[in-house]
Design a protein around this ligand. Sequence first.
Ligand code: GRF
Length: 235
Amino acid sequence: MSPAHSHTFRPFRIAVLASGRGSNLAALIAARAAGRLPVELVGVFSDRAGAGALEIARAHGIPALALSPKDSADRTAFDESLFSRIAAVQPDLIVCAGYMRLISEAAVRRFAGRMINIHPSLLPKYPGLHTHARAIAAGEREHGASVHYVIPALDAGPVIAQARVPVLDGDTPETLAGRVLEREHPLLVASVRWIAEGRVRQAGAAVALDGRPLPAPLLLGPDQELHPPCESSTA
Ligand code: GRF
């Protein structure tokens, strides 16, 4: 009998960190319910008691907790209390989905290689806030979203996958954000699935796919699935 037979199957455990509305969390929940995401959602955490994400979690029976930064002396103390609550649910992966607070270096290091973020731009372009307005102001013809591993520097970790959308004449930050958000959901679901399946992992400053460094981020196709960059190249 192979050793695998003596192990009980343990589903991949996801914790989600969110400050706002929670549409990316809802996409993960829906994908799981549809059998397209073999993970367990073990907790949703927020820095805002009023976050829509918490309500969505509770409606689906997922443990949800908000901690107020005002109750901690500083960022390090806040993150210590937040991330020890997160550690208590034993996540294999922490997904930051609209978490609007900088994370202390200690917390990032504690979960190195086990924390990802979804950011609404084609990183390394437009880290930080107001990405849609900045892309329009710069005259970009293309914009999008990125899923990346979290490192101490803001929005600067190795990029796993991206979804690209056109910028159209007459776009406002709101119309462009809507077009990007529609692609964020399948992008996040597929990225989490590839990590849960063990295909994608962080390898230092790079991302490894099936054990080999990825030369460029995976791309979300019209089929809502990720594709290695070379597959979509015409060269
Ligand atoms: C998304 O645009 C995400 O990329 C950004 O914040 C937004 C969160 O949206 N980091 P939601 O709360 O998941 O609806």
